[in-house]
Design a protein around this ligand. Structure first.
Ligand code: SAJ
Length: 413
C-alpha cells in the first residue's frame, strides 16, 4: 500500500513517519519547498520530541520521501491547517481554503479504489464539502455522496487527537474516531488505521466524527474558562484559587482544571468557534468560554500594571513565552501576547525568560524586551510574573522570589 500525506506540519509529518515506520511506502506532499527539502535530508522543520529520530530512520530506509507535487497512491490523508477568519462583525468563520487546495491538488491523480481521509480538525460538513470539491474536479469518478458504498472513491473523516509534546506516543496509543461517508468508507479507513494504531478504532459517520473532535476541545475550553473565572472571583474575594481548586477536587465527582494566563495553542482556542459558527444561537456556553479565556490575558496585564506602579523603576520578569509547559511553541500563546502588550505599553524594563528558545521572535526584536536567564531575571526584577509552568521554573528555589512582587498565573510558587 502506498500512502500519500498532504500537509507535513505538526500532524502530517509525525503521521507520515509513523506509517512509514510500519514498512509502508509513504509520500509526503507539502507546498513548502523548505519543509520538503529538510525532510528529504532526514531532518525536521518542527519541534516534537523524538520525531527527528523517526524521520531520519524512515527517510534512510526510503519508506518516506517528500515532494511538492502529488502523485498516485492508494490512500490520501489530508492534514492541512483549518484556521478561522475574523469577520468585521466579530464572527469567526472556518477557513477551508487549505482543504480546497489539497482537494484540487490530489484530484488529478485520484484513481478508482482510492481512499481519501480528512484528518484536519474541521467544522461539521467539511468532509462532505471535500468530497464535493473532488467530485467537481473528477466527474469521471463516483463519490460516496452520490453512490454510497458503491462509490469509486472512499472518503472519511478521522480527526487527529494527539497532544503536542506527546505526538509519537499518542498517535499510536489513542483511540481513533473513524467517520466514513458510507459504511464501506469507514471499513477501508479502519483497515489503514489498524496498521499503526494500538488504541481502538471506533466507527461513526463523518459529521459525528467532525463534531466529536470539536466537542473534545470545547469541553476543555469550557472547563478552563470555569477555572479562569474562579481565579478572578478568588482574587476579588481574597482567596487562594490554587488552594480552593485543590480542596474542591477532593470531592469524588469534582475535577476542576487549572486557571492560567489564557488559553493558547492552535486547537482549543480555535475549534469551539467552529461550533459557535454552525449554531450561533444555541452555542451560548461555548461562546462565553472562548470570550472568558480570551479576556484572561488582559486581566493579567492589569495585574502587572498595578504591580509595576508600586515602583519608580519597574523591572518586570516574565517567566515563559510558550503556550504551555515544556514546549518551544509560541504560536497563539497568551504568555507571548501578554509580553508583547507590556512591551508596547512601555511600563518598564521587561525581561523574558524562555528556556526553550534561543532568540526572541522577530517581532519582539528591537523592543524593550530582553531575553535573559532565570537567574538574571530573579536578580534584576522587582516584579515577577509566572506565565508558563516550565519544569525549570518549578524547580527554582522559591526563596529567590520572597523579596519580589509575584504574579503567579500558573500556581507554581
Ligand atoms: N490550559 C490551562 N489550564 C489547564 C489545561 C490547559 O490553562 O488546566 C491551557 C494551556 O496552558 C494551553 C491551552 O490550555 O495554553 C491548551 O493546552 P492543552 O495542553 O490543554 O491542549 P493542546 O492545545 O496542546 O492540545 C489539545 C488536546 N485536546 C484535548 O486535550 C481535548 C489534544 O489532544 C488535541 O489533539 C489538540 O488540542 C488538537 O490538535 O486539537
Amino acid at each position: 500500500k502506498k500512502v500519500s500525506v498532504i500537509g507535513l506540519g505538526y500532524i502530517g509529518l509525525p503521521t507520515a513517519a509513523v506509517i512509514a515506520s510500519r514498512g509502508m511506502e509513504v509520500v509526503g506532499v507539502d507546498v513548502n519547498q523548505h519543509a520538503v527539502d529538510t525532510i528529504n535530508a532526514g531532518d525536521i522543520h518542527i519541534v516534537e520530541p523524538d520525531l527527528d529520530i523517526v524521520v531520519r530512520g524512515v527517510v534512510t530506509t526510503g519508506n518516506l520521501r517528500a515532494t511538492t507535487t502529488p502523485e498516485k497512491a492508494d490512500v490520501f490523508m489530508v492534514a492541512v491547517p483549518t484556521p478561522f477568519i475574523h469577520s468585521d462583525s466579530g464572527e469567526h468563520k472556518a477557513d477551508l481554503s487549505y482543504i480546497e487546495s489539497a482537494a484540487n491538488a490530489i484530484a488529478p491523480v485520484l484513481e478508482k479504489g482510492n481512499l481519501v481521509i480528512l484528518e484536519s480538525t474541521s467544522p461539521v460538513g467539511a468532509t462532505e464539502q471535500l468530497a464535493k470539491w473532488l467530485s467537481a474536479a473528477r466527474p469521471d469518478l463516483s463519490f460516496p455522496q452520490d453512490q454510497g458504498d458503491a462509490a469509486d472513491i472512499k472518503v472519511a473523516h478521522c480527526p487527529e487527537r494527539v497532544l503536542p509534546g506527546y505526538v509519537l506516543q499518542e498517535l499510536v496509543s489513542n483511540d481513533r474516531v473513524i467517520g466514513g461517508m458510507s459504511k464501506a468508507c469507514s471499513a477501508k479507513a479502519v483497515e489503514l488505521y489498524e496498521t499503526f494504531v494500538r488504541g481502538e478504532c471506533i466507527v461513526t459517520n463523518a459529521r459525528t466524527a467532525e463534531m466529536a473532535k470539536l466537542t473534545e476541545n470545547s469541553f476543555r475550553d469550557v472547563n478552563i474558562a470555569f477555572a479562569n473565572e474562579l481565579s478572578v472571583i478568588c482574587d476579588k474575594l481574597k482567596i487562594n484559587v490554587w488552594e480552593l481548586v485543590k480542596l474542591a477536587n477532593r470531592h469524588p465527582r469534582v475535577n476542576i482544571l487549572n486557571p492560567g494566563p489564557g488559553v493558547g495553542g492552535h486547537c482549543i482556542a480555535v475549534d469551539p468557534w467552529f461550533i459557535v459558527d454552525s449554531c450561533p444561537d444555541e452555542a451560548k456556553i461555548i461562546r462565553q468560554a472562548r470570550l472568558t479565556n480570551d479576556a484572561k490575558p488582559y486581566y493579567v496585564i492589569d495585574q502587572i500594571t498595578q504591580a509595576a506602579d508600586q515602583f519608580k523603576k519597574p523591572v518586570i520578569a516574565c517567566l515563559g513565552l510558550a503556550f504551555k509547559a515544556d514546549i518551544d511553541d509560541l504560536r497563539e500563546s497568551p504568555a507571548l501576547q501578554i509580553v508583547q502588550e507590556l512591551a508596547s505599553a512601555n511600563i518598564g524594563e521587561i525581561l523574558a525568560v524562555e528556556p526553550n528558545i534561543h532568540a526572541l521572535p522577530a517581532k519582539m526584536q528591537g523592543t524593550n524586551v530582553e531575553l535573559v536567564t532565570l537567574d538574571t531575571a530573579l536578580e534584576k526584577a522587582n516584579v515577577i510574573v509566572v506565565l508558563v509552568d516550565h519544569k525549570q521554573f518549578k524547580a527554582a528555589d522559591k526563596a529567590q522570589f520572597a523579596s519580589k512582587v509575584v504574579i503567579d498565573t500558573r500556581g507554581i510558587i
